[in-house]
Write a protein that binds this ligand. Sequence first.
Ligand code: ARG
Length: 293
Amino acid sequence: MSHDIAPAPASTASGTEGRIQQHRSYLMCRPEHFTVSYTINPWMEPANPTDTALAVRQWQALYDTYLALGHDVQLIDPIPGLPDMVYTANGGFVIGGIAYGAKFRYQERVPEGPAFMDWFRDNGFEVAEPVEVNEGEGDFLLVGDTILAGTGFRSTGDSHRELADVFGKEVVSLTLVDPRFYHLDTAISVLDPVQGPGGVDKANIAYLEHAFDARSQAVLAERYPDAIKVADADGAVFGLNSASDGRNVIISPRATGFEAQLRERGYNPVLVDLSELLLGGGGIKCCTLELRR
Ligand code: ARG
């Protein structure tokens, strides 16, 4: 009898045999109160009308996609007057049952911080209350056992130090320079977020070079020589604001170049259109917070 662990391929569809799907648990928030009533990023234009019912339908398609792929999705109740709460990625950063709470940069979103921390406590997570300004998984991405942390627009450099203290992991600071890509999750997509068999870190990313300063570009090139570099056109439609389970990568249908790059690498792109939520400056990843127990 053998104790070898040989993971079965997730699929026999051509080209995707090598990619193993991992189970995910996510937190989402139905955009029942979605609108654009203030401007805190260049995408938000309060004069343009928004269609809340359409936002809910598009969001529902993302929710249904996660369930169809076998993932768990938990929900936090939307709060009237907090239209950006649909972007749950900003609600905190969770590893090993510990939730590092968010402390939002702009007054309009500040009340979301405690609302998300209450949800974490009520659902069995230990909460690390933040001292420093940070916008959660919008700016912090776990890649293998390393946390990539964005700064420049929202989360501060001091929050990167606080983050390292909370989780005891290596934190790599990256500086964003283009206001359209104001959160790290608009400029980097984590494709294989966990360590491979035997602890070998086979995590990989996709990113938009021009969103970063020269120092950060050099750090990314050195650490991720096999990364997918996406074209500006794909970045500009929030193609990188995507969610991967190691095999299926949920992306915007408008990111056609990125879609082709993913297929070449053996991933399975799954297209979900969140055009209405882009009016608030958010996409697929923004609406998705990973809950790591
Ligand atoms: N309107 C929101 C803001 O500007 C959008 C947040 C998008 N979230 C994200 N994880 N990128 O804060």
